[in-house]
Design a protein around this ligand. Structure first.
Ligand code: HEM
Ligand code: CA
Ligand code: CA
Length: 323
């Protein structure tokens, strides 16, 4: 059994909860070149389209918040699977599946049936962060792939963009993540884009009174209105961090301080009257090193949400379907 020489059981036999089953050297003997292969595919994909880094980072998040980091998000519709790809947060929005497929195909050539799709998603998220100028971290590995997906959990567990701060905290708490993780991981919005439909409410009807969100800085607000008309244009896009949309840095937090956070869920980290998140936005805006440090820690924590280990699940041959 590939990878088995490392012994899942010896690390605590956690039955799918906790992080004891995962460790960075998991593929050291069974597929030592795994990260080189991942990085070579990522380098080309991100050179072709810088936004792909953002899309792959988000893909791992949307996997981990539904049944844990088990590659459930990668499954297509089939006789036995109702795909998460059609959930409200994912449909016409989640991307990067072809890049995951390309990585998987290369890994199946180099180390057949060894590297799980869940680990590929985690490796792609870390690699994308690094290639965008963000922090690196030692990534625990050894996740296995689910045989199921959950459309309903995808709809219910992933926070919507118009979330209140309480809402965000509750949904993160459910995954074992705290306010520190919430603010640090939201810093992912330093790269990538959002569609108008995700923030339009802030421009035209924030409180049901046909008025814009008053925390939006004026010039920024006018710019957004020109991209997103009151009716139509829902798929038009705007960068989450317009100052450096392809660079993983701390400008996301600076923009929030200036009323230039794109999503409601971004701005409420500062304006939502929760002292801890407000303070953290300010500190990360001042100290990029502090943000990078915490981001790495919180990514490891998110990556440890309910992994399948040992004999649970499987290692898929094709990330889009169960074996
Ligand atoms: C805190 C709660 C969060 C909310 C409400 C949220 C919501 C959103 C929304 C609405 C979009 C734009 C989708 C679209 O319009 O098509 C987006 C994009 C993105 N999100 Fe989040 N997100 C959150 C947390 C996170 C986390 C934890 C990560 C990663 C660890 C993340 C990574 C990203 C990235 C990188 C993009 C850009 C994707 C691209 O350009 O393809 N987000 N998010
Ligand atoms: Ca999942
Ligand atoms: Ca940035």
């Amino acid at each position: 059994h590939p990878g088995f020489n490392f012994g899942w059981g010896g690390h605590g036999g956690n039955g799918g909860g906790g992080s004891f089953g995962l460790f960075p050297e998991f593929y050291q003997f069974s597929c030592p070149q795994v990260n080189d292969i991942v990085m070579s595919v990522l380098e080309r994909a991100i050179a072709r389209e810088p936004r792909m880094a953002a899309s792959l980072l988000r893909l791992h998040f949307h996997d981990c918040f539904v049944q844990g980091c088990d590659a459930s998000v990668l499954l297509d519709d089939s006789a036995t699977v109702v795909s998460e790809k059609n959930s409200l947060p994912n449909k016409n929005s989640l991307r990067g599946f072809e890049v995951i497929d390309e990585i998987k195909a290369k890994l199946e050539e180099a180390c057949p049936q060894t590297v799980s799709c869940a680990d590929i998603a985690a490796l792609a998220a870390r690699g994308s962060t690094v290639l965008s100028g963000g922090p690196n971290w030692e990534l625990p590995l050894g996740r296995r792939d689910s045989k199921t997906a959950s459309l309903s959990a995808s709809n219910n567990n992933i926070p919507p963009p118009n979330s209140t701060i309480q809402n965000l905290m509750t949904l993160f708490q459910r995954q074992g993540l705290n306010e520190v993780d919430l603010v640090a991981l939201s810093g992912s919005h330093t790269i990538g884009v959002a569609r108008c439909v995700s923030f339009k409410q802030r421009l035209y009807n924030q409180n049901g009174n046909n008025q814009p969100d008053e925390t939006l800085e004026r010039t920024y607000y006018y710019g957004l209105k020109s991209v997103c008309p009151r009716s139509g244009g829902d798929s038009n896009i705007s960068p989450l961090d317009f100052a450096s949309p392809a660079r993983f840095d701390n400008t996301y937090f600076k923009l929030i301080l200036w009323g230039k956070g794109l999503l409601n869920s971004d701005e409420v980290l500062l304006t939502g009257s929760v002292g801890t998140t407000m303070e953290l936005v300010k500190r990360y805006a001042e100290d990029e090193g502090l943000f990078f440090n915490q981001f790495a820690k919180s990514m490891i924590k998110m990556g440890n949400i309910s992994p399948l280990t040992g004999f649970s699940g499987e290692v898929r041959k094709n990330c889009r379907r169960v074996n």
